[in-house]
Design a protein around this ligand. Structure first.
Ligand code: HEC
Ligand code: HEC
Ligand code: HEC
Length: 344
C-alpha cells in the first residue's frame, strides 16, 4: 500500500529537462576554483529537482539535501557515481539522480565544492505530508530496530567505523523516508555496499504498515529542537612508523600520504577495507600477515592495487584497478607503502 505519492514522474523531467540540466551543468563547469562559489554555481543544476533551498521536491521524488552532513552527502554522490546507488531498474528516483552525480567531475573538486555549498544552506523543516500513522507503534519499532544506529534523537550515533555511520534523519521528508525504507527492504537500494547492507538488515523485516508508522514517529522527532547534523569524524592520528622497516625508496611522508589516500575519497579503499584496513564484509583485513592473493611484499601490493582483483578468492564483488580512482603511479606507491605498514 502506498500512501505517499513518490513514484510519479512528469514526462518533461524524464526527457527534456534532465538533458537541459546536463547542458546547464556543462556550461557551469567552465573555470573557477573549487570552493563555495563554485559549489553555488554548480548547485544551479541541482535546484530544479532539489529546490533553490535544497529542501526537496516531492513531485520529482527529490529529497531535502540541505541538512545532510558533509560526509554523508559526498558518500551518496560517490555511491550514485559508482553505481552502488541508483542501480535497480525499478528505482525511478535513483535512476533520475544517477546521471546528475556522473556529470560532477569529482577529481577536480566539484563534489567537495557542491557539498560545501549544500551544508552552508539552512537546515529545512519539511512539513509532514501524510496523516494517520500510529506514532506509538512507530516508536516501538524505532526503539527496537533503529535507535542503536540513528540514536534517540535521530541524529545518528557514531559507530566508530566512519563508512558505516548512519545519517541524520532530522531533515528528511516523510515521503522520502518511507520510500527509502521500502527500497532498502526490497533490495532496490544498498545491496552490496557495506553501509547499505547494514541498513538493509534492519529494513528487511518491516511491513508497509510498520514503515508508515515508524516514519510518522521520526517526523515527531523532527519537530523537536534538535536539528544539528552529526559531528564530523575525528581525523586519524599521524602515522607512527619505524623508518627502518620501510622498503627501499619508501619514506615516512609517503606512508602519511598513503594514509590519506586510503582513508578518504581520494582512494576510497576504506569503503570496502574499512578505515585503517581492518576489513569488512566486502574486503579482507590488511592489518594481519595473511594474504589471499599476494605475498605481502611491497612490490606485490603495488601490483595488486594497480591491476585490481577481478576474481577474488573469498570476498564478494571485485576490486577495480586503482579502485576506479584517478590515482597516479606515485599515489599508488604511497597507498601501497601505507598498506605495507599496516600488518608490520
Ligand atoms: C533530475 C532531478 C535531479 C537533479 C537535477 C539532481 N538530483 Fe539529486 N536526487 C534526485 C532524486 C529523485 C533523488 C532521490 C533518489 C532516491 O530516492 O533514492 C536524489 C537524491 C540525492 C541525494 C541523496 C540524498 C540522501 O538523503 O540520501 C543527494 C546527496 C543528491 N541527490 C544530490 C544532488 C546534487 C548535489 C545535485 C546537483 C549536482 C543533484 N542531486 C541533482 C533528483 C535529482
Ligand atoms: C546498523 C545500523 C543501522 C540501523 C539499526 C538502522 N539504520 Fe538506517 N541507516 C544506516 C546507515 C549506515 C545508512 C546509510 C546507508 C546508505 O549509505 O545507503 C542508513 C540510512 C537510512 C535512511 C536513508 C537516509 C537518507 O538520507 O537517504 C533512512 C530513512 C533510515 N536509515 C531509517 C532507518 C530506520 C527507520 C531504521 C529502523 C527500522 C534504521 N534506519 C535502522 C544504519 C542503520
Ligand atoms: C569495491 C571494494 C574494494 C575497494 C574500493 C578496494 N578494495 Fe582492495 N580488495 C577488495 C577485494 C574484494 C579484494 C580481494 C579479496 C579476495 O581475494 O577475496 C581486495 C584485495 C586487496 C589487497 C590484497 C589482499 C590480499 O589478501 O590478497 C590489497 C593490498 C588491497 N585490496 C588494497 C586496496 C587499496 C590500497 C585500495 C584503495 C586504493 C583498495 N584495496 C580498494 C575490494 C576492494
Amino acid at each position: 500500500m502506498t500512501r505517499f505519492p513518490t513514484g510519479q514522474l512528469s514526462k518533461n523531467i524524464r526527457g527534456g529537462a534532465s538533458a537541459a540540466v546536463l547542458a546547464a551543468l556543462t556550461a557551469a563547469c567552465g573555470g573557477s576554483e573549487p570552493g563555495l562559489a563554485r559549489g553555488k554555481m554548480l548547485f544551479d543544476t541541482c535546484s530544479p529537482c532539489h529546490g533553490d533551498d535544497g529542501a526537496g521536491k516531492q513531485s520529482l521524488g527529490a529529497p531535502a539535501i540541505a541538512g545532510g552532513s558533509e560526509w554523508y552527502l559526498s558518500a551518496q554522490l560517490l555511491k550514485f557515481r559508482g553505481g552502488a546507488r541508483g542501480y535497480h531498474h525499478t528505482d525511478t528516483e535513483g535512476l533520475r539522480m544517477r546521471p546528475m552525480s556522473r556529470a560532477l567531475v569529482d577529481d577536480s573538486g566539484d563534489i567537495e565544492s557542491i557539498v560545501e555549498y549544500v551544508v552552508s544552506l539552512p537546515i529545512p523543516d519539511p512539513p509532514p505530508t501524510a496523516e494517520g500513522g500510529d506514532v506509538e507503534a512507530g516508536e516501538t519499532t524505532y526503539m527496537e530496530a533503529c535507535v542503536s544506529c540513528h540514536g534517540r534523537d535521530g541524529r545518528g550515533v557514531d559507530q566508530g567505523v566512519p563508512e558505516l555511520n548512519p545519517p541524520s534523519l532530522l531533515h528528511l521528508n516523510d515521503w522520502y523516508i518511507e520510500s527509502s525504507l521500502r527500497k532498502y527492504r526490497d533490495g532496490v537500494r544498498g545491496v552490496g555496499d557495506a553501509a547499505g547492507d547494514n541498513m538493509r538488515t534492519y529494513a528487511e523485516g518491516l511491513t508497509d504498515e510498520e514503515i508508515f508508522d515508524v516514519t510518522a514517529y521520526i517526523m515527531t522527532m523532527q519537530r523537536l529542537p534538535r536539528k544539528i547534523p552529526a559531528p564530523p569524524l575525528p581525523p586519524l592520528p599521524p602515522v607512527d612508523v619505524d623508518p627502518a622497516i620501510l622498503p627501499e625508496g619508501v619514506t615516512v611522508e609517503m606512508v602519511q600520504e598513503g594514509q590519506d589516500i586510503f582513508n578518504t575519497t581520494v582512494g576510497i579503499c576504506f569503503t570496502c577495507h574499512l578505515r585503517e584496513g581492518v576489513g569488512g564484509p566486502l574486503a579482507p583485513p590488511l592489518t594481519d600477515d595473511e594474504w589471499l592473493n599476494i605475498d605481502g611484499e611491497y612490490e606485490s601490493i603495488i601490483e595488486i592495487i594497480t591491476n585490481g582483483v577481478p576474481a577474488p578468492v573469498e570476498y564478494p564483488g571485485q576490486m577495480a584497478p586503482r579502485a576506479n580512482r584517478p590515482l597516479t603511479d606515485e599515489q599508488v606507491r604511497a597507498v601501497a607503502a601505507y598498506v605495507f605498514t599496516l600488518s608490520r
